[in-house]
Design a protein around this ligand. Structure first.
Ligand SMILES: Cc1cc2nc3c(=O)[nH]c(=O)nc-3n(C[C@H](O)[C@H](O)[C@H](O)COP(=O)(O)OP(=O)(O)OC[C@H]3O[C@@H](n4cnc5c(N)ncnc54)[C@H](O)[C@@H]3O)c2cc1C
Ligand code: FES
Length: 313
């Protein structure tokens, strides 16, 4: 069990959890991720290591509640625990003294870009960071990104904070005015990373993207995370998650992300309706079994509390 040491709501969309994971914290490097299971019936979900503290033996995760597993995780409180934390997984970011670099993050992508910015700064790079969100309320960690950047450009789609417009507009202006940029990173929704790659392509600026493909085992066994690149198929979990954005076949990435939408929707709906009905029953059970680590789970192991629709198991 991996104890939740801290929990904060960062924005309307993002929650932060600091989780005790001694061995992971000692080995974690920028660009790597974990596979987490909320309880023993839960699906395996990949989440980037947004920060780690080897001395404290903890890792920081930031997640957006988009479906059953992330909503379930968002309900856990300090003192409770995640059942499984596997990692660090994936190839770490290639950190080197490149010179002047630009990092672009959108929405929840601000979390995974932070350790990269931090490591790039430590390696002596000059960093221009462009971060964006739909609106001001969705932005977070401005201070952290600022602390490692030489220049920070903030964009909101609605103009409620910083520049009005997409991060790609700010990026294009930057590339027009500054020909000394050596490399770019982009993390965010797949469509945003695609647009960043298209923006940098005419400038032949090497552009690294971190793909959020659907993953299952995270160890190269199932093929669920496969992505098509110019040089062939790769597995995001073991060959990535970072790839050359100019080589990614974006239409196939975007298409594959939608494969299980109907099942995901059904699973979330099922979990939401059944977990609400069973919450009072679970609270009653917890009162009588205060020492039971599994007390949040349905004591009968039925699928209802875990959100796993019987037809989806
Ligand atoms: C390497 C990697 C790192 C990631 N890091 C973060 C992070 O730091 N913070 C964050 O909020 N999200 C991150 N994600 C995405 C996160 O894993 C998904 O949002 C989560 O799995 C959704 O699960 P759900 O049950 O809540 O939603 P669901 O209802 O199951 O799915 C909602 C959407 O999330 C995507 N998704 C579903 N299952 C998976 C899966 N097993 N793997 C990847 N995507 C999936 C699909 O596009 C789907 O449409 C990362 C993904 C990858 C591959
Ligand atoms: S998640 Fe199974 S091969 Fe990558």
């Amino acid at each position: 069990m991996y104890k939740i040491l801290d929990k904060q709501v960062l924005s309307k969309n993002a929650k932060m959890m600091v989780v005790e994971a001694q061995l992971v914290a000692q080995k974690a490097r920028a660009g790597q991720f974990l596979i987490v299971r909320v309880d023993e019936y839960g699906e395996r979900i990949p989440l980037t290591i947004a920060d780690s503290d080897a001395a404290a033996g903890s890792v920081t995760l930031i997640f957006q509640e988009v479906g059953k597993s992330t909503k379930h995780m968002g309900r856990l409180e300090i003192g409770e625990a995640l059942t499984n934390v596997v990692g660090p997984l994936g190839v770490p970011t290639e950190i080197a003294p490149y010179g002047k670099v630009v990092v672009v993050a959108g929405g929840i992508g601000i979390a995974p870009i932070y350790p990269i910015v931090h490591s790039l700064k430590e390696a002596g790079n000059t960093i221009i960071a462009i971060i964006g969100a739909r609106t001001k309320e969705l932005l977070f960690w401005e201070d952290r990104i600022q602390s490692c950047s030489d220049q920070l450009i903030i964009c909101t789609d609605d103009g409620s904070y910083g520049r009005k417009g997409f991060v790609t507009q700010a990026l294009k202006e930057l590339l027009e005015s500054d020909k000394g940029i050596a490399r770019a990173w982009a993390i965010g929704p797949a469509i945003m990373m695609k647009m960043v790659a298209e923006t940098t392509r005419p400038y032949q600026l090497p552009t690294v993207v971190s793909l959020n493909t659907i993953m299952i085992d995270g160890t190269g066994m199932c093929g669920g995370c496969r992505v098509e690149l110019d040089q062939g198929w790769k597995f995001a979990c073991v060959d990535g998650p970072e790839f050359d954005g100019h080589q990614v076949h974006w239409e196939s990435v975007l298409e594959r992300l939608k494969y299980y939408q109907a099942e995901e929707h059904l699973s979330t709906q099922y979990w939401e309706s059944h977990s609400c009905q069973l919450e009072p029953l679970l609270e009653e059970t917890q009162k009588h079994e205060p020492q039971n680590d599994h007390s949040r789970q349905n004591p009968h192991g039925c699928a209802a509390t875990t959100g796993a629709h019987p037809q989806l198991q």
